[in-house]
Design a protein around this ligand. Sequence first.
Ligand SMILES: [Zn+2]
Length: 294
Amino acid sequence: MNEQALARPDLPQVVASAPWIRRVPLRSPTLPPATHTNAYVLGESELLVVDPGSPWPDAQALLWDSLHALRAQGHTLRAVLLTHHHYDHVSGAAELARALGVPLWAHPDTQRRLSNQPELTIGERVRDGDLLPFGPRGLRVLHTPGHAPGHVCLVDEAGGGLIAGDMVASQGTIIVSPQDEGDMALYLSSLRLLLARGPQRVWPAHGIAVEEGDKLLLRYLQHRLLREEKVVRALQTGASTLTALLPLAYDDTPAALYPLARESLLAHLLALVTTDRVETSSNETDPEPTYRLR
Ligand SMILES: [Zn+2]
């Protein structure tokens, strides 16, 4: 995999990995323009696999070959951890865990979301604050809901690196979809929580690792807050429905992306409702709910 080929030119780039953090980009059914989900293989002698998210045999074979090579070198595989329930993160996990004879780990809210997929039985639940015994000083679990209710990140307690899941990306877009239990208010809180940790290096699920990870997190937070401001300004015009607000709040977005933008707009409006800045009403005669500034 050519690191430069996936790079965004505006982000500082990492060429060398921490030796115990191994990134295996797998072609996956993810949201374009991203094409791959990074599986991570973390640890020194004991290993944790994170997000083996491809259902496709050629991609799975790539990961399995890497893991067989590590086993041959004397490493022991302990578990497969899922950062959240999305298909492009979990779809190779059941086969892999079965083949390796290891349990699946996830947050209880991810377990709930996967409960309709019996093959993805979570063997052990991880919670905010847990210290997982991988790497020189362990990996701290941070519960970071918003993109998904059970989303977790892992902080490298030795070097301040962050396995970020879908909190941020260096390729593609992070969606916060209320239809899928996405919650913008929680997402913004989780970004602030991660920023407070001041991570030096961020390892996202999509795209290459990013140095000065705090700057990446700050950029994501500022981008969302600017959008929130645009939503407020659109409400100030008197527009009150999603349909009327969309072209005002997303006037910089191509119409082809409006279906995704509409989800994002709804997420922002619900966050403004949560923080008491907007009230919403809907009744039988309204074709769609209305939103007004308080
Ligand atoms: Zn996701």
